[in-house]
Design a protein around this ligand. Sequence first.
Ligand SMILES: [Zn+2]
Length: 216
Amino acid sequence: MKMHDISLMVTEKTVTWENTEQGFSKRWAAKLGTPGNDFNLSVLTDGTHTGTHVDAPLHFIPGGKSIEALDLNILVGPAQVVEIFGRDSVTSADLEGAGITPGMERVLLKTDNTRLKRKDNPIFDEGYVGLAPSGAQWLVSHGVRLVGIDYLSIGPHGPVNTQTHTIVLGAGMVVVETLVLDDIAPGKYTLIALPPKFQGLEGSPCRALLIEGELT
Ligand SMILES: [Zn+2]
């Protein structure tokens, strides 16, 4: 089975939204070799939107589903990676011309965010490429249930960010953000994007994988 890890390595330097959100940190609650400790045990602190992560509808939709309630059939299944370069935002026209297979329920957008390695820069870049509201509408009207993108947010920076999130999350779609698509050729794969099962979260880090071919 040929597998690609499309998750970002999260460190204490990993870029966070506008450089203001809580990022990842770890402290040792017990440390091997210190008096009274015969094991290592750590406590982590993290924002729920650090690194590769899932947005649940609750992120923007009052009463929307939280992470542990997401349908696993959305988080695992056939996915198509599409390359859309040279665009400030991804519009319905871009998606229309992207060769997305009819009926494809998971679409991962590989944009200039990847080409410019924005996710690797510890400084937040508000000029990132996001999905325009028209693109969000296109995905909803084509039955897409999961959309992924290669920077911290599905929507472009600014007021339009809320519009895009509201359209996709309001339709019950799941969003996966900060995907690592550097080495991923466009085409069809099987996606696995599973967040841990904590109760009541609106977002959560996840480990995202693409498997070549279909899972049997
Ligand atoms: Zn998010």
